[in-house]
Write a protein that binds this ligand. Structure first.
Ligand code: 3JN
Length: 341
């Protein structure tokens, strides 16, 4: 990377993704001159530590972006809607982790390893995909490039951290309460139904077509990132009582036949994908294996016995990291390396 250093702000610095963004920036020794942690009025004033130094989190306002060059945003779609244009206007390039701009035609939606080329044409706002989409595409891209994809049927098993700190705490609190008294009445607060000892087939709100917003994000974002609206995609997204790490069962109908051996070979060569797939040795990925790791883990790769050109696979990744923070930092690094920043 260049010797140049950048003024970087993180909006949503008190949240789970914001925390991992700061960690990833530190770990990768991102070239930072001035660092500014920001949040909405709800959590501004709290303290965060970055590179061993304590910072007070400043409340986001248009003027705070003056002099900033890179903004990593993860404070919710409404906050981004207000502040991303304000930041971009002040020459602070925004990498936004919310859904607000993802489907806007002139805003690139990017997983760097998959469609990094899309960064070239931007108006100062880049969208980071939904966490479930990002990890999915890491595993699909090499297959798509080799044989094309006709249809995808996805079922997700998403951890509570995808819904924020409060949802993770809610899972532990409910679990503790039920261990103490199995008959206790659980009142869900952040997750739509009891999450302890349960699974909940609703993530985000329902739409008129019966799908949830999370499901339609996966459908629409997959097509945008692969630049292929002909792919048919359906998804059921489910919350499970796991703290970190989203899992996905994916059925793929390819346009041409591909062997399982070739899929394993292609995935093994793809950056930040790791094949963990040795059924004879009982090896396949589970969410606890992916926590804190950059790699998307893929296993259970097999031919679908029910159709021609069908594949089944299981994709696991750290949703806070791969699906959000790392993806955002990789976008910034790629823009620097390509002279876009
Ligand atoms: O729950 C998950 O696992 C992922 C949730 C993502 C999410 C939650 C609330 C609002 C998003 C997102 O990234 O799409 C949004 C949003 O930005 O709309």
């Amino acid at each position: 990377m260049s010797a140049k250093k950048y003024n970087v702000c993180v909006l949503g610095a008190t949240g789970m993704v914001g925390g991992v963004m700061m960690k990833v920036l530190e770990e990768r020794d991102f070239p930072i001159d001035k660092f500014l942690p920001l949040a909405s009025s709800r959590t501004a004033g709290q303290k965060v530590t970055f590179k061993g130094k304590e910072y007070e989190v400043i409340e986001a306002a248009p003027d705070v972006f003056e002099g900033m060059r890179i903004g990593l945003f993860s404070a919710g779609a409404k906050v981004s809607a207000v502040f991303a244009p304000e930041a971009a206007k002040r020459k602070c390039v925004v990498i936004d982790n919310t859904s607000h701009f993802r489907m806007e035609p002139d805003i690139p939606l990017v997983v760097p390893e998959v469609n990094g080329h899309a960064l070239k044409k931007n108006n100062g706002i880049i969208a980071n995909p939904n966490c479930s989409t990002a990890q999915l595409l890491m595993a699909l891209k090499p297959i798509y490039d080799e044989v094309g994809i006709e249809r995808l049927v996805i079922s997700t098993y998403q951890s509570t951290s995808g819904w924020g700190k409060e949802a993770v705490a809610e899972m532990y609190e409910q679990t503790a309460a039920l261990l103490k008294d199995p008959g206790v009445k659980i009142e869900p607060k952040y997750i739509f139904k009891q999450i302890a000892f349960n699974v909940v087939p609703q993530i985000d709100s329902f739409m008129d077509n019966g799908y949830t917003k999370e499901e339609m994000k996966m459908v629409n974002e997959t097509r945008k990132i692969l630049e292929d609206d002909s792919i048919r995609v359906t998804a059921t997204t489910v919350r499970v009582p796991v703290a970190i790490g989203h899992s996905e069962s994916v059925n793929i109908k390819t346009r041409k036949k591909i062997s399982v051996a070739r899929v394993r070979e292609l995935l093994s060569k793809f950056p930040t994908v790791k094949v963990v797939d040795d059924p004879a040795k009982g090896q396949y990925p589970t969410p606890i294996d992916c926590v804190g790791r950059d790699e998307t883990l893929v296993g259970r790769i097999r031919e679908d016995i029910s159709q021609e050109n069908g594949l089944e696979m299981w994709i696991v990744s750290d949703n806070l990291r791969r699906g959000a923070a790392l993806n955002a930092v990789l976008i910034a690094e790629k823009m620097i390396n390509e002279g876009l920043l």
